[in-house]
Write a protein that binds this ligand. Structure first.
Ligand code: GLN
Length: 454
């Protein structure tokens, strides 16, 4: 299937940056043997999976879609990768993404964009466009993504897949090349809600190698999905977030959203309107906090220890080498964020920018807390529009950032969210996404309500 549809940077879907056919076949063979012997390693033993190229895979290239890490072969596995290996899932390959997970369209990949299987002239969402497309185009039944501001949920929405951002700390970040540590979360991408629940239970749970890892047991997700599939949501209170609808949201996306609310009502849920007034500042706070963390995290790419090294002619100093390597190795969007973050953290500006943004973050957390007093889950469209054209927003960073309007609050507050397909927008026939958010530690609710809508 990959050979038939994936193509390359110039044509085809280009969901993969690296396909490990040999490795995957060897793993599949071992899986067949375990199955034949009646001793599968897990219930997903033998089910192939694609992994976003931001997660370290031992012996298999990991580039974060950056020239900075071209040719880097990690000497170790991310904890989630070790877990899927131990569970017997053959890893098909590494999926394309925006460079270092910065973007909403996968156009910031240094290796060329991924294309949306619904219309190859359109973006697949980002930063995890490759993982979403691999699943949507039947190149892989499952994938792993990462979500710092929506990079699992928004690509799922615009490709018609299911994507889950778990509670912050629910899945280990060890071996995930950090973008913004306080926001990053690994999560599943799949075609059905149950599939995500199955994968989430396998890869979730405490990891002593990640200091922010929760001690919650990753259980009850599959059970919740099976319960939800019965279609009875009697007693459930669903909060519609006032601030995440209307202006700026495409009519066809809103029409599908209204229909999903009707389905929830028909299943017995009660719909209430809740206001989260500070969500209107979420985007501004995120686009300060995130670059501050980015500027700190990416300082390790100094061309001294690993990664790209460009040595200018003459007798260059270490600083000259760093400057030349970073100039050549990082793309424009990465540079933009390093510069914004460095500026916002500099003395004299720290309180005005980073400090203020952190205060807004606290207000957003308070909004969620108040909203969850009134409702068990909160819903909104996942993204304001369907997939836009490749190139359309590439030269306008703010227009690109606006795609994350509805997904960013969950990262700022650490709460879990799921995006599921809820039909095609009338005006363009492209997939629209429905987002459900739950309180921290209550990921099971996402699976119950999500499965009820399937
Ligand atoms: N689109 C957002 C950004 O560019 C989200 C990125 C992400 O979740 N990794 O920051």
């Amino acid at each position: 299937r990959i050979a038939a549809v994936d193509g390359n940077a110039d044509a085809g879907l280009h969901a993969f940056l690296h396909v490990d056919a040999e490795g995957a076949l060897a793993q599949a063979k071992a899986s067949d043997e375990r199955r034949a012997a009646g001793t599968p390693a897990s219930y997903l033993d033998g089910v192939p999976i694609a992994v976003k190229d931001v997660l370290a895979t031992q012996g298999v290239p990991t580039t974060c879609a950056s020239k900075m890490l071209e040719g880097w072969i990690p000497p170790y596995d991310a904890t989630v990768v070790a877990k899927i290996k131990a569970a017997g899932l053959p890893i098909i390959g590494k999926t394309n993404m925006d460079e270092f997970a910065m973007g909403s369209s996968t156009e910031h990949s240094a290796y060329g964009p991924t294309r949306n299987p619904w219309d190859q002239t359109r973006i697949p969402g980002g930063s995890g466009g490759g993982s979403a497309v691999a699943v949507a185009a039947y190149e892989a039944p499952l994938a792993l993504g990462t979500d710092t501001g929506g990079s699992i949920r928004q690509p799922a929405a615009v490709t018609g897949s299911v994507g889950v951002k778990p509670t912050y700390g629910g899945i280990s970040r060890y071996g995930l090349v950090a973008m913004a540590n306080s926001l990053d979360q690994v999560g599943p991408v799949s075609r059905t809600v149950l599939d995500s629940a199955l994968l989430h239970e396998l890869v979730g749970g405490h990891d002593p190698l990640d200091s922010t890892s929760l001690t919650d047991e990753p259980t009850g997700f599959v059970e919740a999905a099976r319960e939800g599939a019965k279609g009875d949501l009697t007693g459930l209170k669903v909060g519609v977030i006032t601030e995440l609808q209307g202006d700026g949201y495409q009519p066809g996306v809103m029409a599908r959203f209204t229909e999903s609310l009707e389905l929830l009502k028909a299943a017995g849920a009660e719909i209430v309107e809740v206001s989260c007034p500070n969500f209107t500042h979420a985007l501004a706070a995120y686009y300060l906090i995130m670059p501050c963390e980015v500027s700190s995290n990416l300082a390790k790419f100094d061309a001294m220890r690993y990664g790209l090294r460009v040595t200018p002619a003459g007798d260059p100093s270490a600083e000259d080498v760093m400057r030349a390597s970073r100039a050549a190795g990082f793309g424009d969007e990465v540079k933009r964020r390093i510069i914004i973050g460095t500026y916002a953290l500099s003395s004299g500006y720290y309180d005005a920018y980073y400090g203020q943004a952190q205060k807004v973050r606290t207000l957003i957390q308070a909004d969620f807390a108040a909203a969850f007093e009134q409702a068990d889950v909160l819903v909104s469209p996942t993204a304001p529009t369907t997939a836009f054209k490749l190139g359309e927003k590439l030269d306008d960073p703010v227009a690109m950032y606006l795609n994350d309007l509805a997904t960013i609050p969950a990262n700022l507050a650490g709460v879990p969210g799921i995006s599921l397909p809820n039909g095609l927008a009338d005006e363009d026939g492209l997939p629209s996404g429905f987002q459900i958010q739950a309180p921290a530690h209550s990921d099971a609710r996402l699976y119950k309500v999500g499965a009820a809508l399937e």
